[in-house]
Write a protein that binds this ligand. Structure first.
Ligand SMILES: NC(=O)c1ccc[n+]([C@@H]2O[C@H](COP(=O)([O-])OP(=O)(O)OC[C@H]3O[C@@H](n4cnc5c(N)ncnc54)[C@H](OP(=O)(O)O)[C@@H]3O)[C@@H](O)[C@H]2O)c1
Length: 239
């Protein structure tokens, strides 16, 4: 039987892409779910389809949003075992054409909101004496790339916070993992002039389910094993 059976997982950025694929994979293993994102109609579809699944829609940059989500999970399922801190945006471009307002919006979601999710989850986990926080970083969480400096910066910030918390929480029974995907075909790059897999010359990019497998791998370990970082790349991705 999966170690994930009966566990309660709260997932941000669960309307589409990696968050949704992870929700589906956790559900197959018997987890109970609380999903978050802005697109209410998609969330309603997912929670009608998946067993033991609740949802709340809203903007994760609202400072009260994540605490409300945890409260909903506690009321409905009696506690929270897993938080997947996954909501994010990507705003990229060279100096000549970067949209600074979009970059600042990305900073608010990828850094400010993700940091609030992290600390709020950790306070609950400390009070419970258990819990596993998984954060979606990126292959760009540990390197940089032209045109993507600000996005890389948001993911470096997440990696730095996660590593500090890993050290703070060692021996407490509370775990933290960064998942570092390479290029994945999702809605993240919608609106970009050119398909990223074409720009990066990747014949077969990752699918959301490929990343969900990495998340489930990190979560489905024995209590004494921590996977602090797990990277998943398309086999032909160079940078
Ligand atoms: N795709 C890639 O190549 C790739 C690679 C490395 C890392 N990542 C990371 O993976 C994570 C998930 O992205 P994805 O690729 O799966 O793309 P996606 O399908 O666009 O998912 C992004 C999720 O974030 C949610 N979100 C964005 N802004 C939000 C806001 N203000 N309030 C609430 N929810 C918000 C979106 O929900 P709504 O639109 O419904 O609000 C959506 O569910 C992101 O952190 C991204 O940086 C992606």
């Amino acid at each position: 039987m999966s170690r994930l059976k009966g566990k309660v997982a709260v997932i941000t950025g669960a309307t589409s892409g990696i968050g949704l694929a992870t929700a589906e994979m956790l559900s197959e293993r018997g987890a109970k779910l609380v999903l978050h994102g802005r697109r209410e109609s998609l969330l309603a579809e997912h929670s009608a389809r998946l067993p033991d699944c609740a949802h709340m829609s809203g903007d994760i940059s609202d400072p009260t949003a994540f605490q409300s989500l945890l409260d909903m999970a506690t009321e409905r399922f009696g506690g929270v075992d897993i938080v997947y801190n996954n909501a994010g945006l990507n705003s990229a471009g060279l100096i000549e054409d970067i949209d600074i307002d979009k970059v600042c919006e990305m900073m608010r979601i990828n850094v400010e909101a993700a940091t609030r999710v992290t600390y709020t989850a950790m306070k609950l986990f400390k009070a419970q004496g258990r819990g596993h926080l998984v954060c979606t970083s990126s292959v760009l969480g540990t390197k940089s790339r032209t045109g993507a400096g600000a996005y890389c910066g948001t993911k470096h910030a997440m990696e730095a916070l996660a590593e500090a918390l890993r050290m703070e929480l060692a021996g407490t029974g509370i775990k933290i993992t960064c998942v570092e995907p390479g290029l994945v075909i999702t809605d993240l790059h919608r609106g970009q002039a050119q398909r990223p897999e074409v720009v990066q010359n990747i014949a077969r990019p990752l699918l959301p389910a490929d990343v969900a497998k990495a998340v489930v791998f990190a979560l489905d370990q024995e209590d004494h094993v921590l996977i602090p970082r797990v990277m998943a790349l398309a086999a032909d991705q160079v940078v």
